[in-house]
Design a protein around this ligand. Structure first.
Ligand SMILES: [Zn+2]
Length: 135
């Protein structure tokens, strides 16, 4: 996957339904507090595997959390472990945000992604440069 494609797919996680789709193998049921809908609502995407079935990551601040319990509140856990995350600070489903809140968070998210993308590209160029110089 090219850097361009990777960042396009990361941008899609700004939408709650795209995050919810990642939770197909989530171990908690819908009647439990820590269910897939609540996880997606609170900004998480599933990042687990068969060995690590309850691992999730915030799409916005990239904080990784595992060891979830059925009674955990995803918003509370998110904020407790990532106090500076602007998404977690909202403590409210995106469907309840104002247009101004949407704009602010979306712009912040795009800025963060662009910075990450440039860091990654800078690293690649430096590696190439080092390789050429060492030949
Ligand atoms: Zn976060």
């Amino acid at each position: 996957m090219s850097i361009e494609d990777k960042y396009q797919s990361l941008i899609s996680y700004f939408k709650e339904p795209a995050r919810r789709k990642t939770f197909q193998a989530w171990p908690f049921k819908n009647n439990e507090k820590c269910n897939a809908n609540k996880m997606a609502e609170a900004g998480f995407i599933f990042s687990g595997s068969s060995r690590d079935p309850d691992s999730a990551q915030c799409f916005f601040c990239h904080k990784h959390l595992d060891g979830w319990e059925s009674t955990d509140d995803p918003w509370d856990e998110h904020l407790n472990h990532s106090k500076e995350c602007s998404f977690a600070k909202m403590k409210n489903a995106q469907s309840h945000w104002t247009a101004a809140e949407w704009f602010e968070l979306y712009s912040q998210y795009r800025r963060n992604l662009i910075e990450r993308k440039y860091d990654e590209q800078r690293k690649k160029v430096k590696e190439l440069f080092d390789k050429i110089r060492s030949e």
